[in-house]
Design a protein. Sequence first.
Length: 342
Amino acid sequence: MKKVTLILALMLASSVTFAQDAPASTPLEISGSGDLYYKYDFAKTPNIGTSFASDQNSLSLGMLDIALKKTTGKASFVGELSFGPRGQYQSILNGDGVDGNSFHIQNLYATYAFTDKFSMTAGYMGTFIGYEVISPVANFHYSTSYLFTNGPFQNAGVKANYKISDKFGAMVGIFNDTWNSYNANPAKGLNAVGAQLSYASGPVSAYLNFMDGSVSGTIVDLTATFQLSEKFKLGLNAADFSNEGDVGYTGFALYPSVAITDAFALGLRAEYFKAKEGADMFGLDADQSVTAFTLSANYKVGGFTLIPEFRLDSNSDDYFSDSDMMATKSATQATIAVVYGF
């Protein structure tokens, strides 16, 4: 009996010791969104070539997005899957050339926090460049800017994050040779270098971003948000991208918004975007420029958001089509979108 009691005591002590040594683990976090929209171009043909909301006179799907996050001790893991056009073939290079709608991983990465100030992340990550993102939950406007469409969506690689002070942070990393690809050209590998300097204090947050690679090219990007009052906010995005042969673009966008009530807000995106001489960009030809104004409202109830939107784009040349299919410099469209985040 004494032997049995001793064995049980040892087992209990071992269990207690193991529980004390085991790293703390948080419950699995599940979040995501779903969205759909109706868009009408007043020329009765799809005209404006930016990401998403592309179907004309149709009630269409955006995407169903599901994100999983788990933290154990100093390690954390994020996996995010999207189903539907916004999260698949409209935003990510995917498929094997036969099935062009098969790849829909938005994020798949792991992070290890060595200290409270220093951590490293490796995997396939939503890009650190730009103001807008793929998920409509995080954007005020449903349609997207030319800066977003022509910039990176994802970057695969390894990055180190360091908290310099309560206000400043820094990131530096090495990434695959091209944007939006989870596998690199084996001859190039981790060919691009990226960095970010961040500042956040009270009503102001700003991020200066940089990436350079012999294949991906060089991009310098600034994003900032200014909470000018309790109800009025101003966002900013400016970027310059260049690659060999004078390929690239320059552009900037302003995002003023005002909260009318707790549930209703109005916002404007005013963007100027110019393609360099070497090649066409998505939504305009080489050496063209476009000015785009997007007025949106957000009506929120819990996780539900209704986004009515009116957009006017003007090109420096006769790039768009009118209702008679004649070339014209401007295009207008109206969109109403339903977004639910959970």
